[in-house]
Design a protein around this ligand. Structure first.
Ligand code: GCV
Length: 642
């Protein structure tokens, strides 16, 4: 597509397939997509699709059961992919593309590939109308919406289709096309504007991506003119059933609803004295005849708390609200839980809600859009963080096995590089690949992304810039898991006390003696006791709590000695100096790649590095000065703290 970056699918990636003879067997819409892909590659590189006979590559659909699995084998000089569902064939095709030359060398035993998680979804926080405060994409750092333009669905859906292609190629299979904060205009997508959603769904379907919609819990009142949205009211239930029937008439493979209820001003069942299970189950009942699912978000907390009140702990909220409801949710209701208990900070413990509701289906929500991790002006590759979350074992079983679905808030917009910062494409790619195979080594995924996107020459340099970028970002921002310390509202850049006296429940409690939140059961909010063993015990004591989470769980004196052997205050100083130095080094490496990376991409990243450095120094100086002034403890290494 003219003027739009190819991301990890530049033409060259299709060279191996495009120079070969490919036999495609089977019929159906996704087989047509595969055929189009192969034709396109062949037109570029001189290979061909053969109707029968001798071939280098066989792509064969053996049935149509909707499965996403495929088998791959290489024998007697021929590579064969088989699948019993069109989506499986498409995934198998992209598997071959990713392998490149290796797909046509040597031999490999027949092996079956299937995704660990059935649903791998991106939630777009896109508004149809530009919101006066949040803009078009809430927490979006990549321009306007890919789906919505000038107050309606884009007429030209070529870009949406190209997006679907990128997503399918890394394993994502579902997209929610509008913000979970459902404003007035967007509420109507459910009813009189469903044709626009259907048009988008049509484009995404070409690549096997199912469409989901965020809906307002108050829709029966706002759209239907009913007097109530009470989930147990028969009229309300009938309204949802009827509306949902019309949604499926327009979009037969519609995925379902996403709901943010009783959270940050969004309406919900509390207004009617009902539970979240009542609310979710009403929507589940409406979706059930069509095989749809409701994703009900667990991000429910008091955002009007009094900062003087030390007994209320926002971190506790999701668990306190939802655990008593375990077993009450319908089988097509999925509780969507943010990976941490607060809000996508650079470092949080895994939410104690994950694993605590064995009778409830679970989706784990990550945030690809870098709201608190540099807003796509800073390089911050989140693969290692997500991998840690997925491998964490709340009670023996890893998070990835407890979850039925993995969701990420999308980091994409209508920017020519898709993600604003070209290196942020890696987060999208890594999310898809980890959702498909949660125990994959994130560094291997990064290498794969680099190889596809950049080719071999700059690979070592790009890796050096990216592999440690999350920890670098952590070093120069809020220390030891304490979180926030950001500018209120837009959340970019430092403001240590920005939220300290606010109603949002995100405090660090720094004083002249120490810093951190006491969430122990013995003397604090009791949050640590929400975990199963061994974590409840590990987190309970500052002696056993991992350093990187110490200030999340404990209020400690500045002189407290970490496991690393450093005091908390010296750790703060050292990491902030180091973080900036690491960012400076990364910028130098990037500059050295100037002849190995295409000019526009290189320039865009170089420009973002200038801002990253400015901002990182700002973080370093504000954090270090703040804690120096509070504690009066000088830097042991005598560096200048302004
Ligand atoms: C969509 C945070 C963000 C909000 C977001 C909310 C959520 O509070 O700052 O912009 O709203 O999370 O996840 O619902």
């Amino acid at each position: 597509m003219q003027g739009v970056d190819d991301a990890w699918l530049p033409d060259g990636v299709f060279r191996q397939v495009g120079t070969r003879r490919t036999l495609i067997r089977g019929a159906g819409p996704l087989v047509d997509t595969v055929r189009r892909e192969v034709d396109r590659a062949c037109a570029r590189f001189g290979g061909r699709v053969v109707p029968h006979g001798d071939s280098d590559l066989v792509l064969e659909l053996t049935g149509e059961d909707g499965s996403e699995a495929f088998t791959y084998e290489r024998r007697d000089g021929r590579t064969t992919v088989t699948a019993s569902g069109g989506a499986g064939l498409l995934h198998g095709f992209f598997h071959v593309v990713r392998l490149g030359a290796a797909a046509f060398e040597g031999s490999s035993e027949r092996r079956s590939h299937r995704s660990e998680l059935a649903l791998r979804m991106l939630d777009h926080w896109d508004n149809v109308a530009v919101h006066p405060v949040m803009g078009q994409v809430e927490r979006g750092y990549a321009g306007g919406s890919l789906f919505w333009e000038d107050g309606r669905a884009r007429g030209d859906l070529e870009r949406v289709m190209a997006y679907g292609r990128l997503l399918a190629s890394c394993g994502i299979n579902a997209v929610a096309v509008n913000n979970v904060n459902v404003h007035e205009t967007e509420a109507r997508l459910l009813t009189d504007r469903i044709a626009e959603v259907a048009a988008i769904a049509g484009a995404l379907r070409e690549y096997g991506i199912r469409t989901h919609l965020s809906v307002s819990f108050a829709a029966p009142v706002v759209l239907g003119g009913l007097a109530t949205a009470d989930p147990l009211d028969e009229g309300v239930r009938a309204w949802w059933a009827e509306v949902t029937g019309r949604v499926y008439a327009a979009i037969p493979d519609f995925g379902g609803y996403v709901v943010k209820a009783d959270s940050e001003e969004q309406p919900g069942p509390f207004a009617y004295g009902r539970t979240h299970a009542d609310g979710a189950n009403m929507l589940a009942a409406a979706l059930e005849p069509y095989g749809g699912t409701v994703h009900w978000r667990a991000f429910v907390y008091d955002h009007r708390q009094d900062w003087r009140d030390r007994t209320t702990d926002r971190a506790r909220a999701a668990y306190d609200h939802f655990v008593p409801l375990d077993g009450q949710f319908a089988s097509n209701a999925v509780l969507q839980v943010k990976h941490g208990p607060m809000d996508f900070q650079v470092r949080e413990p895994v939410s104690p809600l994950i694993g605590a509701m064995p009778g409830t289906r679970l989706a784990v929500e990550l945030q690809a859009t870098q709201e608190y991790t540099g807003q796509q002006r800073h390089v911050c590759w989140l693969g290692p963080m997500w991998s840690e979350v997925l491998r964490f074992r709340p009670d023996g079983t890893p998070v990835a096995e407890l979850a039925n679905a993995l969701v990420a808030v999308s980091n994409v917009g209508d920017d020519r590089f898709w993600t604003g910062h070209p290196l942020a494409q890696a987060n999208l790619y890594t999310f898809g690949r980890l959702a498909w195979q949660p125990d994959a080594d994130p560094l291997e995924i990064l290498d794969e992304w680099i190889r596809l996107t950049f080719g071999p020459e700059p690979a070592a340099g790009v890796r050096a810039v990216m592999e440690g970028s999350w920890r670098t970002y952590e070093k120069y921002t809020a220390p030891l898991g304490v979180g926030f310390m950001v500018q209120p509202g837009h959340h970019y850049g430092p403001s240590v006390d920005g939220y300290e006296y606010s109603p949002w429940g995100t405090y660090h409690f720094a004083d002249r003696d120490g810093v951190g939140v006491d969430r122990s059961a013995a003397t604090g909010t009791g949050y640590a006791a929400q975990y199963a063993k061994p974590w409840a015990e590990v987190y309970e004591s500052p002696e056993t709590c991992p350093d990187e989470l110490l200030l999340f769980f404990h209020h400690v004196p500045y002189g407290h000695v970490l496991h690393s052997g450093k005091t908390v205050i010296q750790h703060i100083y050292d990491t902030h100096f180091e973080g900036v130095e690491e960012a400076e080094a990364a910028r130098r490496v990037w500059a050295s790649l100037v002849d190995l990376v295409d000019a526009e991409r290189h320039a865009r990243v170089a420009e973002r590095f200038e801002e990253q450095l400015r901002s990182a120094r700002e973080w370093r100086d504000q954090i270090n000065s703040y804690f120096f002034r509070k504690s009066g403890v000088p830097d042991a290494r005598g560096r200048r703290i302004p």
